[in-house]
Design a binder for this molecule. Structure first.
Ligand code: AMP
Length: 217
């Protein structure tokens, strides 16, 4: 049975980095709801402006819109062999919808949480930069580019900081995580589907654990 890999963890835990590695190395499609909402925000439509307001407050986009988007996206051909959810589900309502979707798509849910303490999460968020061309993720504290503020692979690309990685919004996002998303860990734990990974180590060590879990399931 093909799998839905649910990558969980607080903002800054390294979900995006791990989802990219899984996509590159195992060929599973990465579905990042955050990336999809950032693309909507960039469009400067009324819906885009709504996304901007929600995201800059560190809040969650409403469940109905999020659920419709994930449903539509994961029913495409490139998700048939399985896929990785990076940033979804984030609420109990979203998790309930995912159960139905997994049945409909004949897939098995494997939940993996990347754990890291608060001081690391804060630095991972506020230090994060990304390349606008290839989306490579850097961090000024943990993984600086070779030349300050320039992508290692695209010498003409100046690195960008996500609007919601400023200290105030980052703090709000952590509060939202604790309130709305952390209860999901219990939900997956109780049904015996939660795997925990120590997210304080370097990305390759974390990846090795995750790959072992994915291949073992
Ligand atoms: P991320 O890139 O996963 O940190 O997501 C960035 C922002 O997009 C979040 O702070 C939320 O505002 C929004 N977002 C992403 N995924 C979801 C989701 N599953 N449900 C609601 N809002 C989301």
């Amino acid at each position: 049975m093909s799998k839905i890999i649910v990558l969980m963890g607080a903002p800054g835990a390294g979900k995006g980095t791990q989802a990219r590695l899984l996509q590159e190395r195992l060929g599973l499609q990465q579905i990042s709801t955050g990336d999809m909402f950032r693309a909507m925000k960039a469009a400067h439509t009324p819906l885009g402006e709504e996304m901007r307001a929600i995201m800059s407050a560190g809040k969650l986009v409403p469940d109905d819109l999020t659920i419709r988007m994930v449903h539509e996206r994961t029913n495409r051909e490139d998700c048939k062999r399985g896929y990785i959810l990076d940033g979804f589900p984030r609420t109990i309502t979203q998790a309930a919808m995912l159960e139905k979707l997994a049945v409909e798509q004949s897939k098995k849910i494997v939940a993996i949480v990347v754990d890291a303490p608060l001081d690391i999460l804060e630095k991972r968020m506020t230090g994060r930069r990304n390349c606008p061309v290839c989306n490579e993720i850097y961090n000024v504290y943990f993984k600086p580019p070779k030349v300050d503020n320039v992508c290692d692979f695209h010498p003409n690309a100046h690195l960008l900081q996500r609007a919601d990685d400023n200290p105030d919004t980052a703090r709000e996002r952590l509060i939202t995580y604790e309130e709305k998303t952390r209860p999901l860990l219990d939900y997956y734990e109780k049904s015996g589907r939660l795997h925990r990974v120590d997210g304080t180590r370097d990305p390759e060590a974390i990846y090795a654990d995750i790959e072992r879990i994915v291949n073992g399931e």
